[in-house]
Design a protein around this ligand. Structure first.
Ligand code: GDP
Length: 205
């Protein structure tokens, strides 16, 4: 797997500092606490990779990781700042939404968005906001319904069905066909193969 060779590249807080669009990239977005860092770490087979993004001062930044061989990387994994922190002041929120919306709307190298949502909860307004920002690019969005280990078999079937119904309604209302969803658990390593296939397909595509 490309993702199994990954390393921290840079952290960015302003659009002008984004790295050159050298390779395809795949971005990870989600509400804080959705399980984004855990998912990136398990997908990249590294225990602490994405926790670089959680060090003080970097939580509101965009963090880039290269994937592929160290001497000749083949893509970027991009860890977007988690959203929905209650305590973040208005000015920081405004900066966040400006940085995030501009990045996902204008970044040509961004081939697809992985959106992480807690499988026990419905999609939030901020999740829908991310989808609204990115969907007009015509690129795909894949939902990881996280922490699926916390659900019974029947509950996880229901959660996947509900997410797919939301997606279908969205696609129908917007005339798009770019959303997909799967169950995921970093803890129990559920859905790793499916997620790898999606991400590596986008990076190599
Ligand atoms: P982030 O804020 O989105 O980066 O979320 P984290 O990856 O830091 O996870 C938030 C919390 O959820 C932590 O307490 C994790 O241990 C927990 N968590 C993350 N993934 C899983 C999972 O697959 N299963 C369970 N049961 N807990 C998880």
């Amino acid at each position: 797997f490309l993702l199994h060779q990954s390393r921290f590249f840079t952290t960015v807080n302003h659009l002008k500092d984004l790295p050159r669009e050298a390779w395809h990239e795949v971005a990870f977005a989600g509400r804080s606490n959705a399980g984004k860092s855990s998912a990136i770490n398990v997908l990249c087979n590294q225990r602490r990779l994405a926790f670089a993004s959680k060090t003080p001062g970097r939580t509101q930044h965009i963090n880039f990781f290269t994937v592929g061989p160290e001497k000749s990387p083949e893509g970027f994994i991009v860890d977007l700042p988690g959203y929905g922190y209650a305590q973040v002041p208005g000015a920081a929120k405004a900066h966040w939404s400006q940085l995030l919306s501009s990045y996902v709307q204008t970044r040509a190298a961004l081939r697809g968005l992985i959106l992480l949502t807690d499988s026990r909860r419905p999609l939030t307004d901020l999740d829908m906001q991310m989808i609204d920002w990115f969907a007009p690019t015509g690129r795909p969005i894949h939902l990881l319904l996280t922490k699926a280990d916390k659900l019974s078999r029947q509950e996880s079937v229901n959660a996947l069905r509900a997410a797919r119904a939301t997606i279908a309604r969205y696609d129908e209302a917007n005339g798009t066909r770019q959303l997909s969803a799967q169950l995921f658990s970093a803890l129990k390593r559920v859905g790793l193969e499916e997620a790898h296939a999606v991400i590596e397909g986008w990076l190599r595509g």
